[in-house]
Write a protein that binds this ligand. Sequence first.
Ligand SMILES: *[C@@H]1O[C@H](CO)[C@@H](O)[C@H](O)[C@H]1NC(C)=O
Ligand SMILES: *[C@@H]1O[C@H](CO)[C@@H](O)[C@H](O)[C@H]1NC(C)=O
Ligand SMILES: [Zn+2]
Length: 452
Amino acid sequence: MSPSSVVLYIVSLLWLNLTDAKTGYFWHITDLHYDPYHNSPEFHRGCRHNRANNEHSHHNNRHRDHTCDSSWTLIQSAAALMAERHPDTLEFVLWTGDILSSSMEHASDRVKLEAVRNVTDILSRTFSSQFVFPALGHNDPPPSRKLVDMWMQWLPTEALQTFETGGYYTIEQSHSKLRIVVLNSVLWSGGATTSDNPHPHRGRTQWEWLEHILIKARRKKEMVYLVAHAGPGVEERHNAGSSTAAGGGELTPAANARLLHVIRAFSDVIAGQFYGHRHADTFRLIYSEGRPVSWALLAPSVTPRGAGSVSNPGLRLYKFESNTGKVLDYTQYYLDVTNTRGELHWSIEYNLTQYYGLREVSATSLNALAERIRNHHDRSSFAKYLSALRVKHSTDISDCDSACVHVHYCAITRADYSDFRSCVRNPASALASRAPHNSAAIFLYAILILIS
Ligand SMILES: *[C@@H]1O[C@H](CO)[C@@H](O)[C@H](O)[C@H]1NC(C)=O
Ligand SMILES: *[C@@H]1O[C@H](CO)[C@@H](O)[C@H](O)[C@H]1NC(C)=O
Ligand SMILES: [Zn+2]
């Protein structure tokens, strides 16, 4: 150990004692995509339609099928796993939307709400003494009095007011300095065919509200979790190099740019960002003047049905310092859909810090991981990343050449849509644009060591 690291070590020991860090846990569950028609041959819309055209259709056990959304049985098994792995210090649950299968798109509002109620009921039975904080996705019913009635068990009056009009809200933790900000990304999303925002007015109101909340949080020295269905950045797998991900639920280019601007401006206040939507286990980094200043972790879906790709169902349990919000680690659970013989067996896929060899969960350490992921000479970090991205559905990386690795790297490190495009087009410039900052950091570090 060098003298400077000894000093750091002692300082951090003292710091730990002074702050009396309390360890807590929270679940992040997302994209359940419950399909009530899963087992009913007559109404088996999305699922049967897809299965008819798919080689996987010979599977008898429908929950095994990667072309089908979640059956009730699958949702029950997820709830059972979460009940079984219930830590004593479970503080809350983040539930980031897409509750319903897209095969319910044409179902009546009554049936949709009944399905949402059934999922709500099983979650409230599973978490009888915790609060679940829901965020709305593009497949969910819009905010309404009926949703308010369903979720008033979890949300305080103040939160219900903004939820009912805009689908967004904030939760102030009474015993800590952590504030949860749940956004309605649907208000900032384009439709499936246009990048125009169909909710201009409510979208604007949400921006003003968010900035107001963040300014207040900074003044009160709170740390904030940003939580939403869709976060900033691009979909790496099937929009490589295209303008933006045009699919339903993506942020419009203007909304993406503005959200990145807000995140940069308040990166001192934002302790973490938690999103779903992509049906993939991945992360995004946000930079300010070349320096990584904020991270977003994207949890994989509960449904095995991917958007153009396949993965296994996943559930994620975070470990954090409950008084500060500092994320320490997470345990990723998964269910091996194709290899399960009959019963649904969830197991641990990996633990974040151990799996990638991270000293901590921070923008700096995740940035170092991103650099390892793109390393041409040692593909081991990329192999881990790709296996996690697909929730261990496949560990074969031979279908991803160095250009493909580069697209993944660009998606992680270029949340800005046009930066992503130029990164994909020009691997060399991506290297060059980052180099000066790296050498500046090494220079600073050398000075620090000299001083100490
Ligand atoms: C909701 O649950 C009830 C009771 O188990 C069941 O009868 C009903 O079919 C379910 N509806 C939907 C849409 O899931
Ligand atoms: C991951 O962390 C959990 C909870 O701390 C622990 O029980 C488990 O043994 C760890 N698993 C692995 C594979 O490291
Ligand atoms: Zn989804």
